[in-house]
Write a protein that binds this ligand. Structure first.
Ligand SMILES: [Zn+2]
Length: 401
């Protein structure tokens, strides 16, 4: 176990939090009052998504081979990474950018490709989106005790994870989580928007795209910032301008990927529609993009077969180009060459419950189905990497000069 001294000291101060204090040494109180949804139904017992619960589970984990607090958030919350598998390799002698252009990719990668790959699962980059955090927490519980918080065993998952070096970061944006409700089940679209991206001082919605007009969100102009950004107002998912990385959360994740030569990343999010693995952005090697689109298809097909997606996805069309948007996923590609996909779980319905919308929701998902959405996607992603390595890192000898 490699729990850092900082993590250990953090745990000591957090013991006070569990004793009932709302603030602890090292963790500051939130600037904005946590959002309360009137009449929100009680969460099931297996739905562990509160910062104190995340800290408690990570601090008590003993089956992992390594444990790190990769950074602290602006409010002082620890961000944990738990490692499962063999992580005893020395740091790379070069970075991925130089290494892929050097005499051999092995100067960065350390090993010959085709062996055990390294997979990173991150959740809660947007703190208002707790579904994949709950999925990650249940997965950690299963890796630690053999059963998840539902009391269920998923042997297929345990077998797949065991074939990788597996890193899980159950909640990146602990600040956003600290002011967000436990869940957004059966809430209307307007409340979803308020909880997620917040409201200006006049009460109007900041909005999903509207929130991206600012970096950081001007906190003196909002009545509530939403659980989307961290406590400094930064949307960590878009902390993706090279040379101008603003958040420790993003910086430490990229360092984590680079240090451990991560081959693939699943980035867990939620939105107000049927669960789906999103199209990768176009900023990557063409060969890896084609592979990412194929794995995306396999994940969505698995969600369809599991009864979570209504329609079977269409195989990726060769001539359809990915969109121009880019975000932290692309930074992982630059940091370690990782093939990265975003899972959007639903927060409630299969369609947004928008006012005046013609298409109304037809299906209400259960909390259990939210956990399954993470599990099914993760298993399809991990299985795809066993058929063929996620990344073609190039020939072993590229140049002899
Ligand atoms: Zn999100």
């Amino acid at each position: 176990m490699n729990t850092s001294r900082k993590g250990f000291l953090g745990a000591l101060s957090l013991a006070t939090a569990f004793a009932g204090c709302s603030t602890t040494k090292g963790i500051q109180p939130t600037r904005f009052k946590p959002f309360e949804v009137p009449g929100l139904k009680p969460r099931p017992d297996f739905w562990k998504v509160r910062p104190a619960e995340i800290i408690e589970l990570c601090e008590s984990a003993t089956k992992c081979s390594r444990k790190e607090v990769i950074c602290h958030t602006p409010l002082g919350y620890p961000v944990y990474a738990l490692f499962y598998g063999d992580f005893n390799d020395a740091p790379p002698q070069t970075n991925w950018s130089a290494g892929q252009g050097s005499t051999t990719y092995r100067n960065y990668y350390g090993r010959k490709q085709g062996g055990v790959q390294t997979f990173l699962f991150i959740a809660g980059v947007h703190g208002a989106e707790p579904e994949t955090v709950a999925g990650a927490m249940n997965l950690i519980r299963m890796l630690e005790t053999g059963r998840d918080f539902r009391g269920k065993v998923d042997d297929e998952m345990l077998g797949l994870v065991g074939k990788y070096r597996f890193i899980v970061v159950p909640c990146v944006n602990m600040d956003g989580r600290a002011i967000s409700p436990d869940h957004l089940h059966e809430i209307d679209w307007v409340t979803f928007r308020k909880v997620s991206q917040g409201t200006w001082k006049d009460g109007s919605l900041v909005g999903w795209r509207g929130s991206k007009a600012w970096f950081p969100l001007p906190l003196d102009k909002v009545s509530y910032p939403g659980g989307y950004p961290n406590a400094d107002g930064y949307n960590i998912m878009h902390d993706a301008a090279p040379g101008d990385i603003r958040t420790e959360e993003c910086r430490s994740l990229l360092k984590l990927a680079a240090r451990w030569r991560v081959d693939a990343v699943l980035n867990g999010h939620s939105y107000e529609s049927e669960p789906s693995v999103l199209q990768p952005s176009g900023i990557d090697y063409p060969e890896k993009l084609a592979r990412a689109r194929d794995i995306r298809y396999q994940c969505n097909l698995a969600l369809h077969k599991a009864g979570i997606k209504k329609l079977a996805p269409k195989p990726p069309a060769e001539d359809r180009l990915p969109g121009p948007g880019f975000n932290m996923n692309n930074m992982f590609a630059l940091a370690s060459g990782a093939l990265t996909l975003t899972l959007e779980c639903s927060v409630s319905y299969d369609k947004a419950d928008r006012p005046h919308a013609r298409a109304k929701p037809e299906r209400l998902y259960t909390f259990d189905e939210f956990i399954q959405t993470t599990y099914v996607t993760l298993k399809a992603f991990l299985a795809a990497g066993l058929e063929k390595p996620f990344v073609n890192r190039g020939p072993e000898i590229v140049y002899r000069d």
